[in-house]
Design a protein around this ligand. Structure first.
Ligand SMILES: [Zn+2]
Length: 384
C-alpha cells in the first residue's frame, strides 16, 4: 500500500542530493511511502492509496533521541522545586528513584515507560534509545532492560550509573562487569558508564566498557558533565559511538572528538534543569566533530521529552544555528546510534516524520514552549 504525505509546504529531507542546503529542503512536496519506508520525494499531488494532507505545513524527519532514561518509578517534582528555590542539590536524589524502581513490578515499569514513549511521540520523537540504570542490582537492571527492549531496539545497559549504597566502587564494578552484564547483555545493544567525579573514574569506566565490548555491546559514555574529566578521551580511545553531556571540554577534548567517529552529544535541557553553564557547541562544530542533541529524559536532571525545547536552548545559548540544531537532533542522533535507517527522509529510510503546525522548522526555536507537532508517523504509521 502506498501512503502519501501530500501538500507539504516545506519538506526537510536531511539529504543534500534531494533539495536545497544541508537540510535538503524541498518546497511544495509530496512524500511517497511504501511498506513503511520512504519510496520517493515528488511534487505535491502525487498518486496514492492513502493520503495525509499536510496542508502547506512543514514536515521534518522525526527526532532521533539518542539518550533517554525512560525506565523508572517514583516522582521527584518536590525535590526539583526545592532545588530551584535554593536548596542544595541532594546527591542522594537518585536513591529515591532506585528505591521506587526496585519496588515496582515489571508491569508497572512497562506502563510508566510506555506512557513516556507516547509523550515523546507527541513531541515528534520517532526513535529513541532507552537506558537502564535505576535498578543497580542484577534483577532490577535485567527487568529494566527487558522493559526497554519492549519499546526500542536501542537498549543501553547502564548498571554503572552510580555506586549504590552499601558498595565500595570496585566491588560494584565487579558486579556490573560480571553477573549484571551477563543478565543484561542479551537484552541490550549498548553499554554506558557515568565517567565523572563521584561516579566512576577512568580505570573503572574502562573496565566497564571493555567488559561490555567483550560481551558484544557497543559503547556509550556519560562524560564531562560536571567538570573537565577523562570521559571524552576514554570514549574516543575506545571507539565509543557517542560521549554525552560534553559540557566541559578542553581543547584536547575537542581535537580528539574532531579526529574521531565518536559523536559529541549535547543534553542542553540538563544544563537548564541543573543551572549548569551551557557547552559551546560552536567550538565543537567549527573543529569538525559530529554532534547530536538529545533530551536525556530522566527524573533527576532533565525530565522533558521536548526536543524542540532542547533545540531552542542549543540555538539561544550554545551557538548553533537553527539548521545545525535540527540536524543534530535528527541525523546527529542517528549517527550517535550508528544507524542509517532513521534521521533522514531519503528513499529507503524508515518513514519516520513529524508534521509541524508551522510553515517552517524555524518555528521550533522561534516559538519556544508551543506544542507545534501536529502529527507523528513512525514506519509510515500515524502514531500521534
Ligand atoms: Zn543520562
Amino acid at each position: 500500500m502506498t501512503v502519501v504525505v501530500d501538500h507539504i509546504g516545506l519538506l526537510v529531507t536531511n539529504d543534500e542530493a534531494l533539495g536545497e542546503g544541508p537540510l535538503g529542503v524541498v518546497k511544495d512536496a509530496a512524500l511517497v511511502i511504501e511498506d513503511g519506508r520512504v519510496a520517493a520525494v515528488e511534487r505535491a499531488g502525487a498518486a496514492a492509496d492513502q493520503r495525509i494532507d499536510a496542508a502547506g505545513r512543514c514536515v521534518i524527519p522525526g527526532f532521533v533521541d539518542s539518550h533517554t532514561h525512560l525506565v523508572f518509578a517514583g516522582d521527584r517534582g518536590d525535590e526539583f522545586a526545592a532545588r530551584m528555590a535554593g536548596a542544595p542539590y541532594a546527591a542522594g536524589g537518585i536513591r529515591v528513584t532506585t528505591d521506587a524502581t526496585r519496588a515496582a513490578s515489571t508491569e508497572e515499569l512497562a506502563a510508566l515507560a510506555a506512557a513516556r514513549k507516547r509523550e515523546a511521540h507527541r513531541a515528534g520523537i520517532t526513535h529513541l534509545e532507552i537506558k537502564s540504570g535505576y535498578g543497580l542490582d542484577v534483577e532490577t537492571e535485567r527487568r529494566s532492560c527487558e522493559v526497554a527492549a519492549q519499546l526500542t531496539d536501542d537498549v543501553t545497559f547502564l548498571g554503572a550509573h552510580v555506586v549504590p549504597a552499601g558498595y565500595e566502587a570496585d566491588d560494584y564494578v565487579a558486579l556490573v562487569t560480571g553477573d549484571m552484564l551477563g543478565a543484561c547483555a542479551p537484552l541490550a545493544r549498548w553499554i554506558d558508564v557515568f565517567c565523572e567525579d563521584g561516579a566512576f573514574d577512568a580505570d573503572q569506566s574502562r573496565a566497564v566498557l571493555e567488559a561490555g565490548r567483550a560481551a558484544g555491546l557497543g559503547l556509550r559514555v556519560h562524560g564531562n558533565q560536571l567538570g573537565p574529566g577523562p570521559g571524552v578521551q576514554l570514549a574516543v580511545e575506545l571507539g565509543a559511538a557517542s560521549v554525552d553531556h560534553c559540557t566541559y571540554l578542553t581543547d584536547a577534548d575537542v581535537d580528539a572528538l574532531a579526529g574521531s567517529d565518536t559523536v559529541a552529544t549535547f543534553l542542553p535541557a540538563t544544563d537548564f534543569s541543573t543551572r549548569q553553564p551551557y557547552p559551546d557547541a560552536r567550538r565543537v562544530l567549527d573543529a569538525g566533530a559530529t554532534v547530536a542533541i538529545a533530551t536525556n529524559c530522566n527524573p533527576g536532571s532533565s525530565y522533558t521529552t521536548s526536543m524542540a525545547f532542547c533545540l531552542a536552548l542549543a540555538v539561544r545559548d550554545m551557538g548553533m544555528t537553527t539548521e545545525e540544531a535540527l540536524l543534530a537532533a535528527t541525523r546527529g542522533g542517528a549517527r550517535a546510534l550508528r544507524r542509517t535507517d532513521v534521521g533522514h527522509l531519503a528513499p529507503g529510510a524508515r518513514a519516520d516524520l513529524a508534521i509541524l503546525d508551522a510553515p517552517s522548522y524555524s518555528h521550533l526555536v522561534y516559538r519556544p514552549g508551543v506544542p507545534l507537532v501536529a502529527g507523528t508517523l513512525v514506519g509510515g504509521r500515524r502514531l500521534a
